[in-house]
Write a protein that binds this ligand. Structure first.
Ligand code: MN
Length: 235
């Protein structure tokens, strides 16, 4: 047997997912996508939860759920209630475990606007049955994201308007300063549960006003100081 062939893959390896960076030709390579649940009090209440009593909790999406460049998003199968969730996305430029809160911001490469697309009907069924959220949250094309702005350009985004409109009508509106768990706290908490690495993205939770999308809808999501995210739902 030819030893040089033992390192070959049996099928073509999937490509690394890259997110454009504002003002650069380079791409941000995505390793993992972590998401924070219920990080704005008004949204926690609209989902029937009590925001005062819950520590942060996390779920994930696969790296290849990312959609970049304003490309159309395919309306997924197996749902009749696809919801939008505009979120501040934190892009890590440096990893670590048990990162102290005071050091956490040094690990941030940049920030972007993302949409944590959710099959709300499957999520409701999963909650009721005590089952995982993967089919509700981690489906194909469930993570549209705009270009990442490096911290060196945009600074740290800890306040400012966050909003989402559908076909020109405002659906979600809030302020990043109303996040229950700050960027520092999220990174510190996550790094206890997982060894974080450069290339990790963290969707940091959505403000109130989540609602359904249908094919043909044009979504515009924005956070003050960042490149807006625009995409259309298609069949
Ligand atoms: Mn979310």
């Amino acid at each position: 047997m030819d030893a040089s062939k033992t390192s070959q893959f049996v099928v073509i390896p999937p490509p690394t997912v890259g997110v454009p960076i504002q003002g650069s030709e380079s791409l941000f390579p995505v390793r993992r996508i972590f998401c924070v649940g219920r990080n704005y009090a008004e949204h926690a209440r609209e989902m029937g939860a009590n925001p005062d009593r819950e520590p942060p909790f996390f779920f994930t999406k696969p790296a290849d759920a990312i959609v970049t460049g304003g490309k159309d998003v395919l309306y997924p199968g197996a749902t009749n209630n696809l919801h939008h969730e505009v979120e501040l996305v934190i892009a890590l430029g440096e990893g670590g475990s048990a990162i102290p809160k005071e050091d956490a911001l040094h690990h941030v490469y940049g920030y972007a606007v993302g949409n944590d697309l959710t099959r709300r009907d499957l999520q409701a069924e999963a909650k009721k049955a005590g089952r995982p959220w993967d089919t509700a949250k981690g489906f194909d094309q469930s993570a549209p994201i705009a270009a990442i702005s490096p911290v060196s350009v945009c600074g740290h985004i800890n306040s400012g308007k966050i909003s989402l409109s559908v076909n020109g009508a405002l659906r979600q509106s809030g302020d990043v300063r109303d996040m229950i768990w700050s960027t520092e706290e999220i990174i510190s908490c996550l790094s206890i549960l997982f060894a974080l690495q450069a290339g990790d993205l963290i969707f940091s939770g959505t403000p109130a006003g989540v609602g359904p999308l249908v094919p043909g809808d044009q979504v515009v999501a924005a956070i003050a100081g960042l490149t807006p995210l625009e995409h259309t739902l298609v069949c």
